[in-house]
Design a protein around this ligand. Structure first.
Ligand code: ADE
Length: 262
């Protein structure tokens, strides 16, 4: 079964590759009915660098490639009636069996996750991204469509049903990009030595503090003096206060612990 690899896009080859598990820290496979959606999206910044440094391998698979019927149908009408079409189970089971050797989640290795992206999933947060970055070495991401996906996929294949927020996307593809980005940047070495994820918003339980760069004055707007004076204890104090202020103003729920684990 073929898949085109983002690696092959990078070397400007359209030639489909046979699926291989690369000797990298993490292998990510994305199952979608719109593979073209991902053609360039992982080709920038930290994600591109992590792929080139063999920290992560990302392979995109067209669910339609795993159909066996004449019309290569990936969806069908819902039993019980209703609007829209539902993604069929057969090609998704076939894809997972092809990639993992089994469609029984009880037989997956401990560090394998099969994620279904849907608005019904558990909320994706920084803590969940960390959990995946630490606990997983193989992540298969199934992009659902907004009308739905046959629930038997969820019942037997899926280890984690995830939602990226309380809104409905037309499909899981944008959510897959969010997931991959948030997880890959947390892999050891992905950010490079010059920066770290420890100061990210949410890591401390607060939003990030404001940042400034040169010029020190721009159109009459001045950078706060404390940042120019070089007193590191004062700078830390200022940053902590500003992080708190920003969190209070934009995300009171984080301070009240209403939003669960971050
Ligand atoms: N598919 C449609 N809406 C979604 C959401 N909010 N999160 C993840 N996948 C989705």
């Amino acid at each position: 079964m073929s898949a085109w690899s983002l690696r092959s896009v990078l070397v400007a080859s359209e030639f489909p590759v046979i699926e291989v598990v690369s000797a990298v820290a993490m292998n990510i496979d994305i199952l979608t009915i719109f593979p073209e959606f991902f053609r360039e999206v992982f080709d920038f910044g930290i994600i591109r660098r992590a792929r080139l440094a063999d920290i992560v391998a990302i392979n995109v698979h067209d669910i339609r490639e795993f159909t066996t019927d004449k019309h290569r149908m990936v969806d069908d009408r819902p039993f019980g009636g209703g609007d829209g079409m539902v993604l069929k189970p057969e090609p998704i089971f076939a894809a997972i069996e092809n990639l993992l050797g089994t469609s029984d989640r009880n037989k997956f290795t401990a560090r394998t996750k099969v994620v279904l992206l849907s608005p019904q999933g558990r909320p994706f947060k920084q803590a969940v991204a960390k959990e995946f970055a630490v606990d997983a070495e193989r992540i298969l991401i199934i992009c659902g469509r907004y009308e739905g996906i046959d629930e038997r996929v969820n019942e037997t294949l899926v280890t984690d049903e995830i939602s990226i927020g309380d809104y409905v996307l037309s499909g899981g593809e944008p959510a897959a990009v969010v997931l991959v980005d948030a997880i890959v940047r947390l892999l050891p070495e992905a950010l490079g030595s010059e920066t770290s994820a420890e100061n990210d918003s949410f890591s401390s339980g607060l939003l990030d503090y404001p940042h400034y760069t040169r010029p020190a004055e721009f159109r009459g707007m001045k950078v706060p003096n404390v940042l120019l004076e070089g007193n590191h204890a004062e700078i830390e104090k200022w940053r902590k206060a500003k992080a708190l202020e920003k969190t209070r103003s934009n995300r009171m729920d984080l301070l009240e612990g209403e939003n669960g684990e971050m």
